[in-house]
Design a protein. Sequence first.
Length: 128
Amino acid sequence: MFAELWARTNASFLAGASHAEEMVDAARSLGYAALAIADVDEVGGVVRAHAAAKKARQPLIVGAELSLSDFTPIHPRFWGERGRAGTGSAVVLAKNRAGWAQLCRWLTTARTTSPRGEPTLSVSALLS
């Protein structure tokens, strides 16, 4: 069985194209064991995906792709889009309600401590 663990909906502006409901239906029709929605710096697609998954009886994992402000990868080929250290992301999936609550706290921290429209989280905040 296959499980998609990093899917972006159209809530990820310019990064995802499909509606959450369409993704859940596709996962169900393809026989996926589970589908994980991890939109970029938000959980907007998760609400619609949750409703659709419940209706379709499709296992859903919720999460987000968190932008990191001080990411320093080990190897230069993983450096940010401009070929330097300092940017990156981490896909975080919630295992339970406590994980969902922590994910929402991280997203809130990223939005309240960063310039408008550019939510980022420090690696130390993610690990604390």
